[in-house]
Design a protein around this ligand. Structure first.
Ligand code: SF4
Length: 292
């Protein structure tokens, strides 16, 4: 990893405020879009760029905001990579968000987020906090291949359960669904039943498939060659050089997804989930135990 003094930390895009304290990621997900060429990394993706002055920049930005809003983090790089254990920059930023009364929508795959559950709880009481987790496969062996350097799905579900128990709402990303790999009825049904059991608020799906582009595609194909011999050729035969690679089972899986979400009152349209995560109402009603 290497340290930089960043010029700014908070970005605004269509009324959504977001920040990335780190740039690059060490979780090693084989399908990671963030490593795509279009993001113009000037350093190896695993050589994490640490924005050392992120807390100071955040404090300055929040102080000057006239209206409180939700702050998103974790979209491009996981805020709970291994280096966060020692650096504690994410924690410092959460403390600032709490101090200035802003809301938080945070996304991770790591159980390290539990270290900060006290602050998340406080933010949820003083403003609003939403925790997002990605779940792609319930198979532990497959999970070790797809997302090698982070805790497995079962552990992530325990984290979600902990959040829900505290009344902190959770959103699950059930993406990407990799054609011929995790796109089975059994996998989707098992993940969704766990989401129902622990009471997640919403689930985000983008059509039961995967996207690939330059940089990301090469990395993914190399992983396929290593772990699934012959699979790369199957992908090339089926999808050529396409950006969108929907699973051949997409329709069936989407139907199951919709049915389970509708029956259990779980938000299932991405736009509803995003709106929920971006809204900071004047009067935010925390979930009570009766909602669980
Ligand atoms: S956690 Fe997200 S950013 Fe990190 S490697 Fe996985 S997909 Fe990429």
């Amino acid at each position: 990893m290497h340290f930089v003094e960043a010029k700014g930390i908070l970005t605004e895009n269509h009324g959504r405020h977001g920040m990335n304290i780190y740039r690059g990621c060490t979780h090693g997900c084989i399908y990671c879009d963030s490593r795509s060429k279009c993001y113009q990394f000037k350093h190896p993706f695993e050589d994490i760029e640490v924005k050392r002055n992120a807390p100071e920049l955040l404090e300055k930005a929040l102080k000057s905001k006239r209206q409180k809003c939700m702050i998103g983090t974790g979209a491009m790089s996981d805020p709970y990579m291994h280096c966060e254990e020692e650096l504690r920059l994410t924690r410092k930023c959460l403390e600032i968000i709490r101090q200035y009364g802003f809301g938080l929508a945070i996304q991770t795959k790591s159980d390290r987020i539990l270290r900060d559950i006290d602050i998340l709880d406080e933010i949820n009481h003083s403003a609003k906090c939403v925790v997002q987790m990605t779940l792609t496969t319930y198979d532990d062996d497959l999970c070790r291949i797809l997302e090698p350097n982070v805790c497995n799905t079962k552990r992530r579900i325990e984290v979600i359960e902990e959040m829900q128990k505290r009344g902190i709402p959770t959103i699950v990303w059930i993406t990407p669904i990799l054609p011929f790999i995790n796109d089975t009825r059994e996998n989707i049904t098992t993940i969704l039943s766990e989401c129902v059991r622990v009471g997640v608020k919403g689930i985000i799906d983008f059509g039961m498939g995967l996207t690939l582009r330059e940089g990301d595609r090469e990395y993914y194909y190399a992983a396929l060659d290593k772990h699934f011999p012959g699979m790369k050729e199957r992908y090339i035969r089926t999808y050529g050089n396409a950006y969108e690679l929907p699973s051949p089972n997409a329709k069936e899986l989407f139907k199951i997804f919709k049915k389970i979400c509708n029956e259990n009152n779980i938000m299932s349209r991405p736009e509803d989930c995003f709106q929920y995560m971006n809204e900071l109402p004047d009067k935010y009603e925390q979930m009570s135990l009766f909602d669980l």
